[in-house]
Design a protein around this ligand. Structure first.
Ligand code: F6P
Length: 379
């Protein structure tokens, strides 16, 4: 019988985090289980900073609220944390035992980790130290392994699609090429779905290195047909054939969790298109509006399903798993499978490039549909 559970929300925020918290708290309370929230993800777990969550007070009115009421951090890997020594030198330390102790002292029977691949890697690592963990897949990038969908993704696609609708009218009025840079570090799901939903002509994603000649051919083909404008969607992680992703900024030399900021590929693509076609081209980088604000109804429902299922698994004693949603059904996968079998503890935790993420594959249905209607992927 479980008596106390805790939640942490880690990594970049995503619409639906509060809706998951709400569902977990509701199901917990209905089963006489106390629910706690660690403040700012693994940072709060490490610093023993937490609040009790109560659906009548601090956990009320959450369904539609963006962000996370318990805060998030995307720079704390408790297994490999940069610590400044007395001599000013930064050394990386494994402080995970402090987290295990904090959970034990508080009497937590199950920790819910709401996050993406990095968060679930640390969750798996904690489970190997005896902590009972249940992961819930969050990220607007939709790249967590073993689930068709993560919460927040569909809201991000809606925001990107709305942007494309708006860019369409201004592109048509001025006979311009409009480039939209969307999020998606190592997987192009947001770009792919918004390209279909927003009627883009070109879509460049990390999984398919692009050949600019092919992009120019597509735009010229449209010009020849009398279409004076074109719409190009680019994932932030897209790269040219034999080229590299565009890194905007490196923190801590790129070491640690999420210390590489991407961004800038939209400007590069726009400049090259303009130079090679002579057609006025503008880039818009959509940025954090994709992550902020209210979840759309789909994500409110999905988040509620995920939270309810996570608590159901805890009540049944099924731990060290990630809640999943595949082919319209809630289920779960082991954290070991999600992270990638036999990955070392601590190492590469939270480093998206190293972990086991779900990418767009050549046989993906949406990719095939997009190709069938003539969207160019630069290949
Ligand atoms: O992982 C989700 C995401 O939205 C990525 O697409 C993006 O690269 C990243 O977060 C940026 O997050 P931050 O600036 O908070 O590190």
């Amino acid at each position: 019988m479980i008596k106390k559970v805790a939640i942490l929300t880690n990594g970049g925020d995503a619409p639906g985090l509060n809706a998951v918290i709400r569902a977990i708290v509701k199901v917990a309370e209905r089963n006489n289980v106390e629910c706690y929230g660690f403040i700012e993800g693994y940072k709060g777990l490490l610093e023993n900073n937490y609040v009790k969550l109560d659906s009548n007070t601090n956990a009320a009115g959450l369904l539609h609220r963006g962000g996370t009421i318990i805060g998030a951090s995307n720079s704390t890997n408790v297994f490999n944390l940069p610590v400044k020594e007395a001599d000013g030198q930064v050394v990386y330390k494994d402080l995970s035992d402090n987290c295990v102790e904090n959970l034990r002292n508080l009497g937590i029977d199950c920790l819910f980790t709401l996050g993406g691949d990095g968060t679930q890697k640390s969750a798996r690592d904690l489970s190997l130290k005896g902590v009972h963990v249940i992961g819930v897949p969050k990220t607007i990038d939709n790249d967590v392994a073993h689930t068709d969908v993560t919460f927040g993704f569909n809201t991000a696609v809606e925001v990107a699609t709305d942007a494309l609708d708006r860019l369409h009218t201004t592109a048509a009025s001025h006979h311009r090429i409009m480039v939209l840079e969307v999020m998606g570090r190592y997987a192009g799901w947001i770009a792919l779905e918004s390209a279909i939903a927003g009627g883009a002509d070109v879509c460049l994603i990390p999984e398919i290195p692009y050949d600019m000649d092919k992009v120019i051919d597509k735009i010229k083909e449209r010009q020849d047909m009398g279409k004076g404008f074109s719409i190009v969607v680019v994932s932030e992680g897209a790269k040219p054939l034999n080229g590299d992703i565009v890194v905007k900024r490196k923190l801590n030399d790129g070491q640690g969790v999420d210390n590489i900021r991407l961004g800038g590929i939209g400007d590069i693509v726009a400049k090259e298109i303009e130079e090679r076609t002579g057609i006025a081209t503008r880039n818009t980088t959509l940025g954090y509006v994709q992550r902020g604000g209210s979840p759309i109804p789909y994500d409110r429902v999905l988040s509620t399903k995920f939270g309810s299922k996570a608590m159901e698994l805890a009540l049944n004693g099924t731990f060290n798993v990630l809640v999943t949603y595949n082919n319209g059904k809630l289920s779960y996968a082991t954290l070991e499978d999600v992270v990638g079998r036999n990955k070392k503890i601590g190492a590469a935790s939270g480093s998206t490039a190293e972990t086991n993420i779900r990418k767009v594959t050549p046989d993906d249905e949406n990719l095939k549909v997009a190709r069938s209607i003539g969207i160019c992927f630069g290949d």
